[in-house]
Write a new protein. Structure first.
Length: 294
C-alpha cells in the first residue's frame, strides 16, 4: 500500500459512521433546493453543457449531497440528488453520484470549513485553463476582494483520484482554481456563494479579454488601492494566498510577500491591527515590484 493510501485509510477509519437518513432530514431539504437552483444558474449562464459540471454540499461530518451523473444541471430535482460519504460511497439518492465527486471530497477533507463546491466549464475561464495562463489581476475591485489570484491545478484524467488530488495544495488559501485543460472549481460556505465565485471569475476573464482588445495600455491598482481592497477582504474573512504564512504558501503563481515580512504569521482572521498593517504594506511592496516589472 502506498503512503498516501495508508494515510487515507487511517483518516477514513477515524471518521464517524455516515448516516444515510440525513438525505431526508429537514435541513437537507433547503440545501437540495439550493443545489438545484445553482444548477439552473450554471446552465442558463452557459457555464455547463451536456451533462457537464457538478455541485455538492457537505451536510454532516461524513455526509455530502451531490449531483448525479449524466444529467443536465438545468434538469436537477431534489429527489434525483445523491448522498455520499467522504470516501465517495453512495448512501442514498435515486441517481448515480457524479464521478467528479472525488475532487469535491478532497476539498472537504483539506478544509473542514468548506461546505459547498461547484465545478463547471465557463468558456472564458476555461480558455485560460487551456492556455495555462492565470487571469491578470489587480484590475477590478470585486475580483480582487472575492477571489484574487487564481492558481492552476495540473491536468489529470477527470474522475480519477489523481485528478481529485491536484487541487489540494490550493484549498486552504484560495477559493477558486483553474483546472488545466478542463474548467474551474470553486468552494465556499454555501453553493450559492461558490456559484458567485464562478460568475466573478468568468466575468473577469471575459472583461480582461475585451479590455486587451481595445489596444490601449491597461491601468492596474496602485499600492494604496490594494491596501483598501485587502482591508475589505480581511473584514469578509476571505482567503488569499498573499496573506498566508510563508510556510503554507504552496502557490507560487502570485506576488510573494516581501522578504522582510515576519517569518511566521498567524492566520488572517487572527492578525492584530499592526500585524495586518505590516502584511498590507508587504503585499503592497510586492505588488509594486511586480508592476514595475511589467
Ligand atoms: Zn468537468
Amino acid at each position: 500500500m502506498t503512503k498516501t493510501a495508508a494515510k487515507a485509510r487511517t483518516a477514513a477509519s477515524r471518521r464517524p459512521q455516515a448516516n444515510p437518513r440525513l438525505f431526508h432530514a429537514a435541513r437537507a431539504r433547503a440545501i437540495k433546493q439550493e443545489i438545484c437552483a445553482v444548477g439552473r444558474k450554471l446552465w442558463l449562464r452557459h457555464y455547463v453543457d451536456g451533462n457537464g459540471g457538478n455541485i455538492s454540499c457537505r451536510i454532516g461530518p461524513n455526509e455530502v449531497l451531490c449531483t448525479p451523473t449524466m444529467l443536465s444541471k438545468y434538469d436537477l430535482t431534489p429527489a434525483g440528488l445523491c448522498l455520499v460519504d467522504l470516501d465517495g460511497n453512495q448512501l442514498a439518492g435515486a441517481g448515480r453520484r457524479t464521478s467528479e465527486i472525488l475532487l469535491h471530497l478532497e476539498i472537504y477533507k483539506a478544509a473542514p470549513e468548506v461546505k459547498a463546491v461547484v465545478h463547471c466549464h465557463p468558456p472564458h475561464a476555461t480558455a485560460h485553463s487551456i492556455a495555462r495562463s492565470v487571469p491578470d489581476y489587480l484590475a477590478l475591485p470585486e475580483f480582487e476582494v472575492f477571489i484574487g489570484h487564481v492558481p492552476i491545478a495540473p491536468y489529470a484524467t477527470p474522475g480519477t483520484s489523481e485528478f481529485a488530488r491536484t487541487v489540494v495544495p490550493f484549498v486552504k488559501h484560495h477559493n477558486t482554481a483553474l483546472l488545466a485543460n478542463h474548467g474551474i472549481v470553486t468552494w465556499a460556505d454555501t453553493a450559492t456563494h461558490a456559484e458567485w465565485y464562478a460568475e466573478v471569475l468568468e466575468t473577469y476573464c471575459w472583461t480582461m479579454m475585451l479590455a486587451r482588445q481595445l489596444g490601449l495600455p491597461l491601468t492596474y491598482f496602485n499600492a494604496l488601492d490594494v491596501e483598501g481592497l485587502m482591508e475589505i477582504k480581511h473584514r469578509y474573512g476571505l482567503p488569499d494566498h498573499r496573506l498566508a504564512p510563508p510556510a503554507e504558501r504552496t502557490c507560487t503563481c502570485g506576488p510573494a510577500i516581501a522578504p522582510n515580512a515576519p517569518a511566521a504569521l498567524p492566520a488572517p482572521g487572527q492578525l492584530s491591527g499592526p500585524e495586518f498593517a505590516l502584511l498590507v504594506q508587504s503585499v503592497a511592496e510586492a505588488v509594486l515590484e511586480k508592476l514595475r516589472g511589467r
